[in-house]
Design a protein around this ligand. Sequence first.
Ligand code: BG6
Length: 485
Amino acid sequence: PDPSPTLVLLGGGGDLARRMLLPSLCHLDMDGLLPEGLRIVGVGRAEGDAASYREEARQAVESRETIKAKAWEQFAQRLDYCPADVTKPDGAKALAERIGETGPLVIFFALSPSLYAPVCKALQAAGLTGENTRLVLEKPIGHDLDSSLAINAAVAAVVPEERTFRIDHYLGKDTVQNLIALRFGNILFEPLWTSRVIDHVQITVAETEAVADRWPYYDAFGAMRDMLQNHMLQLLCLVAMEPPINLDPDGVRDEKVKVLKSLRRIQPNTVREDTVRGQYGPGNVGGKPVKAYADEVGQPTRTETFVAMHLSIDNWRWAGVPFFLRTGKRLPERRTNIVIQFKDLPHSIFGPAAQGDLVANRLVIDLQPDEDIKLTLMNKSPGIGGEGMRLQALPLSLSLAGALGEKPDRRRIAYERLLLDVFRGDRTLFVRRDEVEEAWRFVDAVADAWDQTGMVPKTYAAGTWGPSGVYGLIERDGHGRTWHE
Ligand code: BG6
């Protein structure tokens, strides 16, 4: 029989492995979904052995929920640990020896992207990048276009694109995939999905958490590179792309790349109007006083923890429709949603009494923490008094959590689906090389414009919706646009 498969977690003791990967793998195991005989080898520079790693993993998994002893034992048996510095040939060789004979080999890079290139080289020298190997790369791929080109080239030198899986965990979320179902599984929306009917689109990814312990990574990247370059541009692509011919990996990715290529570059002379950069100061979140970002870092810093942008997509469908994006840490609530704001009626047949009642239709897609879709429609206000017909806006509302029935399935961690897809070799939900590079081209132009104009982040009080300029960004044109709160 074929030897069993092996999954290697580089950065096996790190934040991502503890918070996401180990819990995901444990749940997949409990549901009987992991490949038979799968071994999981954590790799890190810290000393340790299989026993200490199992203990570390148990604490990580149990910090989310209690696992039955028998299920845990079964999972723990799969775990092993190899202390090694895999940026060095000797470290990679030690890993190869620890892995020994194996079937399919999946190597997950949960590392700083600055290490991806040297690690690829060392893995190859140690004979770990043969035909049986798939590489999984966590975002961000690089820090800018040049570094992402260098990483992608280093990866391509050891494994082909077909065996490279670039993760953007937003694509593993059910609610994000539902955007495809909503747009292309219904005939209702597609004819309306154009600049003739849509006034503008808003995408919000708001978090209440601080950066806290992750600051050494975060401070080198900031909100634009950590969230907008990847998760938010992916959401924008799913909203804006043309219908793909099918769900084949390249069918969808070809359409997403076209959107990224159509994004108008923000220039130094437009950057102050089209972007807002913020950093949280001290404030109040959830009724508790919290520290400023700079105090978490321990010194003054110019990294943004909030970014908002006005984007334009220069193509036939979206000409003249602004897309407003905002994301930040330490905002008043956790909320990810997409708002499609339709235009006003061209003409009202209702009398003066109803003039103030008319509200343009709006489709709100809540992705997290709530999972709902609401379409605001105008209705007649009930009753017979008064002069002329009065109207009211009411939502047609679909609660996705409720739709799952009495006992909804546990909401899966996005990484579960993506890890399964890696084992199966399905690349549909992974980001292709040219997508990453196009997204960097857009983001680099903004970063350059910030540098050239000396645009540094403005402070916002933790627990507020960002610096005040964020309102001007959307309200500026006098179309009555405003953030959907
Ligand atoms: C990660 C970012 O990719 O996504 C984090 O690095 C962020 O800074 C996280 O908190 C948000 O993910 P989610 O699934 O909680 O919305």
